[in-house]
Every structure is written in structure tokens, then in C-alpha cells.
Design a protein around this ligand. Sequence first.
Ligand code: NDP
Ligand code: MG
Length: 329
Amino acid sequence: MYYDDDADLTLLDGKTVAIIGFGSQGHAHAQNLKDSGVNVVVGLREDSASVQQAKDAGLEVLSVADAASKGDIVMLLVPDELHRQVWESDVKDGIAEGNLLLFGHGFSVLYGEVEPPAGVDVGLAAPKGPGHLVRRQYTEGSGVPGLVAIHQDATGNAKALALAYAKGIGCTRGGVFDTTFKEETETDLFGEQAVLCGGASALVQAGFDTLVEAGYDPQMAYFECLHELKLIVDLMYEKGLSGMRYSISNTAEYGDYTRGPRVVNDDTRAEMKKILGEIQDGTFAREWIAENRAGQENFKRIRAEQADTQVEHVGKELRSHMDWIQTEF
Ligand code: NDP
Ligand code: MG
């Protein structure tokens, strides 16, 4: 693990960092770096709604191509499925020998969507958290932990520069792990598919449906299966599984040990292995890239269907009365 003392921010002195994109990650990286005293430019499309937002934050905004050529360090923070297109049309030509090309996720490099030329450094500086938290924690004096990896080290300085960047966005305050593009991408995809997003959403949905189909009040089912999940996850986050189990009742703890493995059983574990295999052999990447080439038709249809379920409608109404919930985005 690397912390603040292991990274040297002065390595960025006299260099320009170009942040391409001003979305979840982009706005946080650009503003944190600027507040760390780094020279930052933001690259956006001319008609982008984010131009004004970036300017209001006191940042210099250029076209993507101009930012890429001005940057000694270029961080590509547009959605992964657009990396190939943005790289080919606007970024590639601006990358000079000795520049550092950075990514927030290894997908496009690992699966060959972006093929950086020899002679440039290529690295990963990825916070392990959503961009809005990366910004908020930085302003509060803490930092979201992160990862660094080096794909190509042409200058011999790639690692030290990537660590300086990670320090500039606040990650070395929380701790930065050394990894590879392959490990970061595969574990990230697996985590989001099997546990964090896919697994957790499907678990909430199935629990809610089970109670409602059995005739229980949907509002009660929402609180039980979705709302309370946060309280349990907060305990896990602070104290681990045993600490969480210490805080819940003995009845809940006994039910956890004896019933949990019936929900996530051998079939579920076998399916998780299959999902991991599809990530490792590139099946998932090929499917997602093809979905994007086809205009995201299935993806958009599923998104609309999933936003129109009973648990979503019930939740929207209930949350409108919870004025303590901060909706930042
Ligand atoms: P967002 O979707 O939030 O932001 C996308 C940004 O890219 C927007 O500013 C958008 O511009 C811009 N953009 C979109 N298309 C183009 C284009 N054709 N040309 C130029 N700019 C374009 O992305 P994220 O921040 O979620 O993801 C960025 C990277 O960070 C990805 O590699 C992702 O895997 C990684 N990452 C994301 C995390 C997250 O929490 N979201 C966590 C860790 C890593 P406009 O404002 O004009 O729409
Ligand atoms: Mg350049």
C-alpha cells in the first residue's frame, strides 16, 4: 500500500494534466487536482452541457483534441464503451512520446479497444469509489482509497507519476494498492456483476417480490428488503461480518448462519464461477462491446423495464418523505 509519504506531488510541477470528460469521475479528478495545485485542463465536446459546470469550477475547458495535445498527462474519463471512439478520433494524435496516458478502469486497454503506441507511458489511477465521493472526501480532508497499475513504462517514471496523480486526487490519503490492468478489470467486473450491483439488486428484488407475492404490504417489504440493507452494510463496513453479527439480535444471527447459505447456495456459487470465467475469457467484454456497436438497444430496454417495477415505484414515494436523504446527483 502507498500513502501520502510514498508519493511526490512535485513530479507534476510544470506539467499539464488533461482530464477528458467531466462526469462522475472527471469532475472529481479535475477539481481535486486543481485544489492540489496541479495545472489542469478539461477536454469536452463543444456542445457539452458540462462545459459551463467546469468553467464555473474555475477550470480551463478545451476541445478534447486540444486538451489531449496540451496534456503531458492525459486521463481518459469518458464511459468505457466510448473509449475506442474518443481515442481514435480525438485523443490518439495528441499523445506525444514520453506523455503519460491514464485510465480510471482497465477495460478498454485489457480488451484491446485502445492500443496505445510504444513510447508513451500507460497507467491506471482508479479510485475505488464513485466520483461524487472522491470529490466530497477530498474536500473533507480524507480520501477514497485507490489503485495504480502500469501497463507500459516507456520513460521509467510511469509509476512515480501515477502515484503523484493518485496523491493529487486524494487517494494516497486513504491508501493506494499496486495492481495490474488485468487484475483491476477482472475483479472490478466480477465485483459489480456478482456482488455489488448485480447480486445485491437481484437479492433485494427477489426478497421484495417474495414478501409482496405472499400478501405483505409493499411498503413494509420495501423497508425490510431495501431500506434496511444500508444499516447492515454500514455495520459490515465498520466492523466486518462478525461485528455486524454482534450488533444484530441472536435470532437474526442464527437465521443468518442457517438460512443465508440456502439463498447463496452451491448453485449460486457455481454461477458466480461461470460469471468470472466469462470475464476472464473475454465473453462478457465481447458481448458488451457488441451491444454498444448495435446502439445499446437491449441495454436501454432493460434499463426502462427495471425502472418501472413495483419496488421502484413504492420506493420513490417513500423516499420523498425522507428529507434526510441527500440526493447529490
Ligand atoms: P460518466 O458517464 O459519468 O462521464 C462521462 C463524461 O464523458 C461526461 O463528461 C461526458 O460529456 C463525456 N463524454 C461522453 N462522450 C464523449 C465523447 N464522445 N467525447 C468527449 N467526451 C465525452 O463516466 P464515469 O465518470 O462514470 O466513467 C469514466 C471512467 O471512470 C470509466 O473508465 C469508468 O470505468 C471509470 N470509473 C468510474 C467510476 C464511477 O464511480 N463512475 C469508478 C471508478 C472508475 P458530457 O458531460 O458532455 O456528457
Ligand atoms: Mg499530449
